[in-house]
Design a protein around this ligand. Structure first.
Ligand code: FUB
Length: 312
């Protein structure tokens, strides 16, 4: 009995190590980076964020970061510079997403409120614009043409999701730099604002997004599910699944990664920088994300960081 009590006590202390509700965990990246898109390629994880620190999000370039353990992140430098690499936009380099297909890496990004695509042979670039124009130009649909998300299904079919105000979705053609307009559809679940992200688990497609404005401390993440990548999606009853608490404010615009070969998931997101942050000074964090037995996403604890075992 004594042994059992000691074991329970030790496990409680160990669990506590990564969840201190008074002290927010350190951000994953140093400095101000938002809208993190996380991905696993080979034996490494990558983060593709927006560079923050200017009023109005005026950054003109994109960086990438790599890690073997989700804890230590190595800067890979600038992977796309709008002023040098893009002819049709100079600033507002926001919210990228990436996918691997046809032995190449396809990087989708917002620039001056258009959506562009760039290609590279390596996950950390350099990336080049193969079409010389926006893939989805400003004004194409209602709302802002920002916040692309790309999802490649098990059969190799790829889909693009994007939009502020509405979540637009379309099937990409096999070349990944054009799309099949006949499949274009839009979805506007209650509360939807921006930052769509899609993944698949056990045959269910999860479409997640951010609610409220990114400058609002209530910024948070909700989700819906479907049996098909283009929907129809039904919003889950228990939402939001990610939101700030106490010192953590404005937690949102996220992405999700599965540890390859395991049913182990992490959510990357930004929060207002601590201390003294706001909607233009945000920092990138990572927390575990879990599911219940029915596949519902459980609420994420923004005070929980990547566990100790990942530090090895
Ligand atoms: O980072 C600039 C913009 O702020 C993004 O496009 C939105 O999703 C919001 O996070």
């Amino acid at each position: 009995m004594k042994l059992l009590v000691s074991i329970l006590f030790l496990s409680a202390i160990t669990a506590q190590a990564s969840v201190d509700t008074l002290k927010p965990p350190a951000p994953a990246l140093p400095g101000v980076f938002a809208d993190p898109h996380i991905a696993a390629f080979g034996k490494k994880f990558y983060l593709y964020p927006t560079t923050d620190g200017t009023t109005g999000w005026m950054s003109d370039h994109f960086t990438a970061w790599s890690s073997a353990d989700l804890i230590h992140w190595k800067p890979e430098g600038t992977i796309l510079d709008l002023k040098k690499d893009i002819t049709w936009a100079d600033e507002r380099a926001w919210a990228p997403a990436i996918a691997y297909k046809n032995k190449r890496y396809y990087y989708y990004f917002s620039a001056d409120v258009n959506i562009g695509v760039a290609v590279s042979d390596k996950p950390a670039g350099p990336f080049k614009d193969p079409i010389g124009k926006p893939l989805v130009p400003k004004g194409k649909l209602r709302g802002q043409m920002i916040d692309p998300m790309v999802f490649v299904d098990d059969d190799g079919s790829a889909y693009l999701y994007w939009g502020q105000g509405n979540c637009n979705m379309v099937k990409l053609n096999d070349d990944m730099v054009s799309y099949d307009s006949t499949t274009l559809t839009s979805f506007r679940p209650q509360g939807y604002n921006e930052g769509s992200f899609v993944f698949k688990r056990n045959g269910t497609y999860y479409l997640m997004w951010s609610e409220y404005d990114t400058r609002d401390p209530r910024y948070s993440v909700a989700y819906a599910t479907s049996k098909s990548p283009l929907g129809p999606y039904i919003k889950a009853e228990k939402n939001p699944v990610l939101k700030g608490r106490d010192l953590v404010k404005g937690a949102g615009h996220h992405s999700v990664v599965q540890v390859p070969g395991k049913d182990e998931w992490y959510i990357a997101y930004h929060r207002f920088k601590i201390p003294d942050g706001n909607g233009y000074n945000r920092e990138t964090c990572i927390s575990p994300m879990r599911f219940d037995a029915e596949g519902n996403i459980l609420p994420v604890d923004v005070y929980e960081s990547v566990p100790e075992k990942k530090r090895k």
